[in-house]
Design a protein. Structure first.
Length: 518
C-alpha cells in the first residue's frame, strides 16, 4: 500500500525500498535539507526548553526538581523499551513492505500496553526504592505515555527513512512548545514536580497526534512472524546497545537519587541538562540526519568514509567551541539563568562538560556502525564503555555529585582512543584520519576558550554585573572563534557554508559546478 504525506510535504511512496533519485547529489540535497530543518528545530526547541527550564528553575525548588528526576529515571527506561530498535531496523533495511510496517506497529503497540500496565503496578516499588512516597503518583502518571509513544514508532521511522524531516521537526517544535506552556502554568499554580511530569505527558500526546497527521499510512490487520524474526535479528543487537546507552545516561542519576537524596539529584540533573545543550542543539541534528543517510550509501565504502570524516569534522567544529565556551561561562551562566539556589550545580556542570569534549571527538561512531550493519560491534563497544563508566560512577559516588562528575569525565576521555580504534577497524576505515577529523578543531576551540577566560578575568576586575559579563564573554568567544577559523581553517568555513546552502526544489545544491560527491 502506498501512502502520501499531508499537503505541503513531498510524496512518500513507502513501498519503494530506496529513495527516489538516490544519486549522490540528490542524497546530498536531502541531507542538507534535513540538517537545516534539524538545526532550525534544535534552535527553536532548545530555545523553548531553555526558557521553560529557566522559568521552572525559579518556580520549582531543587528538591522538587529531584523528585521529578527520580520518576523520570525509571520512566526513561520504560520509554526505551517501547521500541526494541524495530524502528531502527525499518530505517536500516534496504527494502520493506506492508508486512514489515504493520508487524512492527502491532508489536510496538502491544509492548506499550504492557509497559503502561506494569509501570502503574510497580509505582509503589519505585517510590520505595528512592524513599520518597510522592514519586509513586509521579511515575504512575508518566507511565501512561508508554502506550501513547508506542503508537508513533512506525510513523516516525517511515518519515526518517524518507528523510522527511520537515514534518518531523514541525511536530517536535509544536509538541515541545505545548508541553512547556502547560509546565509553566502548573508550576505557577504551585504544583512543583507535577509541572515537569505534565510537560512530558502533554508533549508525548501532541507529538504522537502530529506524526499521525503528517503521515497517512495506517497499519493493516496483519502480523508476520517471518517479518518480526527478520527485523529482530538486526534490532536485537541495536536494542541491547540502546539499553546499555540508557545505563550510561541514567545509572548515575539513579544512584545519586537513591544514596544522596532529592536535593543532590536536582542539582546534578540540572547540571546534566545544561551539559547536553551543545550536543543536543548543535551535534544531534547531524547524528539524526546522517544515520539514515549513511544507510543509503552503506555499500559504497569509499564514499561513506569520505562523508563520515567530513561530517565528524563539521560536527566537532560546532560542538567543541560551544562545549568549551560553556565551561568558561558556567559560573555566570547558572546563577543568571536559573538563580542563586542552583550554585551547587556549577562545578558538576563544568566537570561533565570536560567529559562531553571527549564525546564530541568520537561523534558519529554509532551512526556509521549502524549504517554498515555492524550491530554486533556496536553492542560490544557499548558494553565495554558502559562497564568502564558504571565503575567510575560507583567509585565517584563516595565524594558526592562532584565525585561522580569527575569520575565520568575521566572515564570518557580514557575511552576515546579504544572506541575509535574498534569502530574504524569494524568498518575498515582509517584510524588516524578519523581521529584527526574529530580533533582537528580542538586547538582552535581551546584558543577560543583561553580568550574567554582572559576576557572574563578582566571583567571580574571591573565588577561588571553578572548578566552583562555572561553576554560579553560569550560574544567575545564567538567573534574570536570566527576569526580563528577564517585564519587557520578556511576549508572548514567553506564546508560549513556549503552545509547550510539552500538546495533547489529537486534536492540539488545551488552550486554552479554541480553537486558534491559526499
Amino acid at each position: 500500500m502506498a501512502s502520501k504525506s499531508r499537503p505541503g510535504s513531498p510524496e512518500l511512496e513507502l513501498d519503494a525500498g530506496d529513495l527516489p533519485g538516490a544519486a549522490p547529489g540528490a542524497l546530498t540535497g536531502l541531507v542538507v535539507s534535513g540538517v537545516r530543518w534539524k538545526l532550525l528545530s534544535r534552535l527553536v526547541s532548545e530555545a523553548t526548553r531553555a526558557v521553560v527550564v529557566v522559568v521552572l528553575a525559579r518556580l520549582v525548588t531543587p528538591e522538587e526538581y529531584g523528585l521529578a528526576g527520580m520518576a523520570f529515571v525509571v520512566t526513561s527506561f520504560g520509554l526505551m523499551l517501547t521500541d526494541p530498535a524495530l524502528g531502527a531496523a525499518l530505517i536500516q533495511r534496504p527494502a520493506i513492505d506492508e508486512r514489515d510496517r504493520s508487524t512492527v506497529f502491532w508489536a510496538a503497540a502491544g509492548i506499550g500496553v504492557v509497559l503502561t500496565v506494569v509501570g502503574v503496578a510497580l509505582s509503589p516499588l519505585v517510590a520505595d526504592f528512592f524513599g520518597e512516597p510522592q514519586v509513586r503518583e509521579l511515575f504512575a502518571v508518566s507511565s501512561l505515555c508508554f502506550f501513547v509513544i508506542s503508537l508513533s514508532v512506525v510513523h516516525r521511522a517511515l518519515l526518517i527513512r524518507r528523510l522527511e524531516y520537515r514534518s518531523l521537526e514541525i511536530r517536535e517544535m509544536v509538541a515541545i512548545a505545548s508541553g512547556g506552556v502547560v509546565a509553566v502554568l502548573v508550576a505557577a499554580a504551585g504544583y512543583g514536580p507535577w509541572a515537569i511530569v505534565l510537560n512530558f505527558v502533554v508533549s508525548s500526546l501532541v507529538s504522537t497526534a502530529l506524526v499521525w497527521w503528517f503521515l497517512d499510512w495506517r497499519p493493516q490487520a496483519m502480523f508476520s512472524r517471518e517479518s518480526a524474526r527478520n527485523l529482530s535479528g538486526f534490532s536485537g543487537r541495536i536494542f541491547m546497545s540502546t539499553l546499555l546507552t540508557w545505563g550510561d545516561q541514567n545509572v548515575d542519576k539513579a544512584l545519586i537519587g537513591r544514596f544522596l537524596g532529592a536535593v543532590s539529584l536536582g542539582a546534578y540533573s540540572l547540571a546534566q541538562a545544561a551539559m547536553l545543550l551543545p550536543m543536543s542543539m548543535l551535534g544531534r541534528p547531524f547524528n539524526q540526519v546522517l544515520s539514515p543517510a549513511f544507510s543509503r550509501i552503506q555499500e559504497d565504502a569509499d564514499r561513506l568514509e569520505r562523508a563520515w570524516l567530513k561530517s565528524k569534522r563539521l560536527s566537532a567544529a560546532i560542538v567543541l567551541p560551544a562545549t568549551l565556551g560553556l565551561i568558561v561561562v558556567a559560573p555566570d551562566f547558572v546563577p543568571v539563568l536559573f538563580g542563586d539556589q542552583w550554585d551547587e550545580a556549577v562545578l558538576p556542570l563544568q566537570l561533565l562538560l570536560v567529559g562531553a569534549l571527549a564525546t564530541a571527538l568520537t561523534n558519529l561512531q554509532w551512526s556509521v556502525l549502524q549504517a554498515r550493519g555492524e550491530a554486533s560491534t556496536l553492542l560490544r563497544l557499548t558494553l565495554g564503555s558502559s562497564i568502564v563508566k558504571w565503575a567510575a560512577i560507583v567509585v565517584g559516588l563516595q565524594w558526592g555529585i562532584i565525585g561522580v562528575a569527575t569520575a565520568l569525565a575521566g572515564a570518557r576521555w580514557a575511552l576515546v582512543v579504544p572506541s575509535m580504534w574498534i569502530s574504524t577497524r569494524a568498518v575498515s576505515f582509517g584510524f588516524w584520519p578519523a581521529l584527526r577529523s574529530g580533533s582537528e578543531m580542538l586547538p582552535a576551540a581551546l584558543a577560543t576558550a583561553g580568550i574567554g577566560v582572559g576576557v572574563r578575568y578582566l571583567l571580574l576586575e571591573t565588577s561588571t554585573p553578572q548578566a552583562a559579563r555572561l553576554a560579553l564573554v560569550a560574544a567575545a568567544m564567538l567573534v574570536a572563534y570566527a576569526a580563528i577559523l577564517l585564519a587557520t581553517a578556511p576549508h572548514v568555513v567553506r564546508e560549513l557554508r556549503a552545509a547550510v546552502r539552500k538546495p533547489t526544489r529537486n534536492g540539488q545544491d545551488h552550486r554552479p559546478e554541480g553537486p558534491p560527491k559526499d
